[in-house]
Design a protein around this ligand. Structure first.
Ligand SMILES: NC(=O)c1ccc[n+]([C@@H]2O[C@H](COP(=O)([O-])OP(=O)(O)OC[C@H]3O[C@@H](n4cnc5c(N)ncnc54)[C@H](O)[C@@H]3O)[C@@H](O)[C@H]2O)c1
Ligand SMILES: [Zn+2]
Length: 354
């Protein structure tokens, strides 16, 4: 894996684009213009830069938007010696990363994440992808590749314009890394508030936790699967929210945090996770994410879990914890047991189904 996280992205970028034919800057149109201007300034010293803006959000992870990008790459004459820079959150880097990995069988990719989710997670590890609108609803991240960026450049000042609910969503992914690591990082994270000032000093550490796990298992043959902690349920909730025309739509990290709450409960039963500690962690998490007015019933959630891309041979896989810092990625769900536990879980949090 030759990608690395750099906080001195300007110098790295300048070096990387030397001799390249064109820079294609895919930027989220929700960002202040000054962010892309700064990048264009750096690039234009070396290489002609073409700016293409798309409004970030889960809705753009589609074939339609992918084709828009291919067409634009083609229109501006991008070739195999061109570089694609993704400036935005996880939706821009998932979509743009997939486009870069497939256009002319792959052009160089740079990711400049502008959300907490992006900085600690989506921009690291080389996974990209789009959702599929199937006859039975949206299936998350079903089409994608492993494709390492040449550079992941982090500039914490880009977070200055990020809405507070997006910061909280980033807290959800940082929670995942903290639980997977345990020890002093988890303690520090527990003491942090879910706001930008408090989380900023922990962002680079959180990103490095992911990078370390990925580095040991780039293609997810084993250990990397622990990064799916909370995601079997979280993705199911997120996909059902997307399908629905009513009810609350969870941000990615908040859906994952709900997945983690359920996982902690199941980990007590199945893995001997300390009950008192699980209760303490769950209270802390739920106090931060707040309750959901409504949550999906077990049939709907099970249906989405069955479509999860990490399943093999029809088995619904999940990640549980023995302790903070000690995850097991080999757990397989039985439908009957899941149904009972999920319905109990919903009752406990006084949630009603649609
Ligand atoms: N590939 C991976 O390994 C990986 C890992 C985690 C998450 N993801 C994916 O990432 C996506 C979630 O990422 P996200 O939370 O960054 O979502 P996002 O890209 O939708 O960004 C969230 C919102 O914030 C806006 N925004 C982004 N940066 C901003 C800034 N600096 N100032 C103001 N507004 C800004 C966006 O326009 C959007 O409305 C999901 O699709 C998820 O599946 C991928
Ligand atoms: Zn995630």
């Amino acid at each position: 894996m030759n990608s690395y996280i750099s906080t001195s992205w300007k110098e790295e970028l300048e070096r990387l684009i030397q001799g390249k034919s064109l820079v294609f800057l895919l930027a989220d149109s929700n960002l202040p213009d000054s962010y892309s201007r700064d990048i264009i300034k750096v690039c234009n010293m070396e290489t002609k830069t073409h700016l293409f803006k798309i409004k970030g959000g889960e809705e753009i992870k589609t074939h339609h938007h992918l084709i828009l990008i291919y067409n634009e790459l083609d229109r501006v004459g991008a070739d195999r010696e061109s570089v694609c820079i993704c400036l935005g959150g996880g939706t821009i880097s998932d979509l743009g990363g997939f486009a870069a990995s497939t256009y002319k069988r792959g052009i160089d990719l740079v990711i400049l994440p502008t959300t907490v989710v992006g900085m600690v997670d989506a921009a690291i590890g080389g996974k990209n992808g789009i959702n599929v609108q199937s006859k039975v609803g949206i299936l998350k991240n079903q089409i994608g590749t492993f494709y390492q960026p040449k550079l992941t450049g982090i500039d914490l000042k880009w977070l200055g314009s990020l809405p507070t609910d997006e910061v909280k969503s980033g807290w959800g992914e940082m929670l995942k890394h903290a639980l997977l690591t345990g020890g002093p990082h988890l303690e520090q994270f527990k003491n942090a508030e879910p706001n930008l000032a408090s989380l900023t000093p922990l962002i680079i550490d959180s990103g490095n936790i992911k990078e370390g796990i990925v580095r040991r298992d780039v293609k997810e043959k084993g250990e990397r699967a622990i990064l799916n902690l909370g995601h079997t349920i979280g993705h199911a909730i997120e996909s059902l929210d997307l399908d629905s025309s009513h009810g609350s739509k969870s941000k990615h990290g908040i859906a994952i945090a709900w997945g983690i709450v359920f996982t902690l409960e199941v980990s007590v039963m199945k893995m001997g996770f300390n009950d008192a500690l699980a209760k303490e962690l769950i209270k802390w998490i739920v106090d931060i994410i707040g309750s959901r007015e409504e949550i999906w019933g077990s049939d709907a959630v099970w249906f989405k879990m069955c479509k999860d891309k990490k399943n093999t041979n029809g088995n619904v896989k999940d990640v549980l914890l023995r302790n903070p810092g000690d995850a097991d990625w080999g757990f397989t769900w039985e439908r009957e047991e899941f149904t009972i536990l999920w319905e109990q879980f919903r009752e406990r949090y006084e949630l009603t189904s649609f």
